[in-house]
Design a protein around this ligand. Structure first.
Ligand SMILES: *Cc1c(COP(=O)(O)O)cnc(C)c1O
Length: 412
């Protein structure tokens, strides 16, 4: 069967989520397949920001901490993010960055396993995860060590020395999805505490941190949650650990009685223990707005559509780009992948620059990986068709040879 434009348009007409695209402000003429790096802007964002500035900060000044509920935002938004990751209320706070929250989680996890000294992760974990592990080890005076293994060796590598296992649910490079429940169970059966990084999975697939009995999880809000560049991250701490795990960044917002202004530290005995200092309220308000875009949509619906988008992309690349030396990463069983398809091409950086100039936005990860993320809330099937036409055209014209596409920019 040949897949054509009218078939893709037909898929859009049959798509129950098609109307959700209107919740976002997307520039015309652009196919945006980089929601796995920076989500699109919700259409209501301008108004939310304007109201917050005029009425709350401008109108209420410092009173807004109470009158506009600023003081409770980290917890309230935490509960809302919790709904997207399968966490009951009271176990998630929105605050700081993913990197900072990783540091808190790593330290807290080790505090629960005093006799063990290894943190286990994968060789190709996201770099900030590896760096934060190194930092936590260095601050501990090298009491701990990190072991990085290839994925096929992971379960074998969990022995009695392993106190903490840190993994991304979806690999940022290949898009591969790890089985959360199976790995969490296996690690806990051997006595390890498990931390999941959800940056590339939250918002595009059902996640069940409570049901999987995950210990800790972290994630950002600027990818598939669409809260804007550098929006605060979140941290999930299973209820059973909230009173016992030690959080190293003992800011006043994590104190048991913040406004008692006691000279000594006493940790809050709930999820507030994982806060640190004052959060950027404007950015928190942006998260509230972006989470509204998920109203009336189930994660299973998003997952189903995401798999269909990815499968269509793969089928079209095979159909349209068979003559070119381009390789689809991984097998085509989308169940084992997140909402992203990665392609290998020797001149991937230059080709991506050419695609971006034509209006298809994806991104590049060294050495030769082009990533295409499919945010099912706002990407349609016709977008996928247009994307592959751009790809084939750039390959056919060998646009990647042009010198203006060779220079690497600061952000790839
Ligand atoms: C995007 C991403 C991060 C980002 O960390 P920040 O502190 O928000 O910059 C961390 N981990 C993974 C797996 C990511 O994909």
């Amino acid at each position: 069967m040949t897949i054509n434009l009218s078939y893709c348009q037909h898929l859009d007409q049959a798509d129950p989520l098609a109307a959700c695209r209107d919740r976002f402000a997307l520039p015309p003429g652009i196919v945006y397949l980089d929601g796995n790096s920076l989500g699109a802007m919700p259409r209501a964002m301008m108004q939310t920001m304007q109201q917050t500035l005029e009425q709350e900060w401008g109108g209420e000044l410092v009173k807004a901490w109470n009158n506009a509920g600023w003081a409770q935002l980290s917890q309230q938004l935490g509960d809302r993010v919790g709904q997207l990751i399968g966490a009951a209320a009271g176990q998630v706070v929105v605050c700081d960055t993913t990197s900072t929250n990783l540091y808190k989680a790593i330290h807290a996890a080790f505090s629960l396993r005093p006799g063990r000294d290894v943190i286990l992760t994968l060789e190709d974990s996201f770099p900030t995860d590896l760096y934060m592990i190194e930092g936590a080890i260095s601050v501990s005076g090298n009491r701990y060590r990190c072991i990085k293994v290839a994925q096929d060796r992971l379960l074998d590598a969990i022995d009695e020395a392993v106190g903490v296992l840190l993994l991304s649910q979806v690999n940022y490079r290949s898009g591969e999805l790890l089985p959360m429940q199976e790995i969490t169970r296996a690690a806990q059966a051997r006595g390890a505490v498990v931390i999941w990084d959800l940056c590339h999975s939250a918002g595009v697939l059902p996640i069940e941190v409570d049901a999987c009995e995950v210990d800790f999880a972290v994630g950002c809000t600027y990818k598939y949650l669409n809260a804007g560049p550098g929006a605060p991250a979140y941290i999930y701490v299973a209820k059973r650990h909230c009173k016992t795990a030690l959080q190293p960044l003992r800011g006043w917002w994590s104190h048991a009685d913040q406004f008692a202004f006691e000279p000594g530290y006493r940790a809050a005995e709930d999820i507030r223990r994982f806060l640190c200092g004052t959060q950027p309220v404007l950015a928190l308000k942006a998260i509230a707005c972006s989470l509204d875009c998920f109203a009336g949509v189930s994660l299973q619906q998003l997952r189903d559509k995401s798999i269909e988008l990815c499968q269509l992309f793969i089928a079209l690349v095979e159909q349209e780009c068979a003559d070119f030396d381009i390789q689809i990463i991984g097998d085509h069983q989308r169940q084992g992948y997140g909402s992203q398809v990665s392609l290998r091409f020797e001149h991937g950086y230059a080709l991506m620059q050419a695609l971006i100039e034509r209006g298809l936005i994806g991104d590049f990860r060294t050495p030769d990986i082009m990533r295409f993320g499919f945010a099912p809330l706002y990407i349609g099937f016709e977008d996928v068709f247009q994307a592959v036409q751009h790809l084939r055209c750039c390959l056919q014209l060998e646009l990647w040879r042009e010198s203006r596409f060779q220079t690497r920019q600061a952000v790839t």
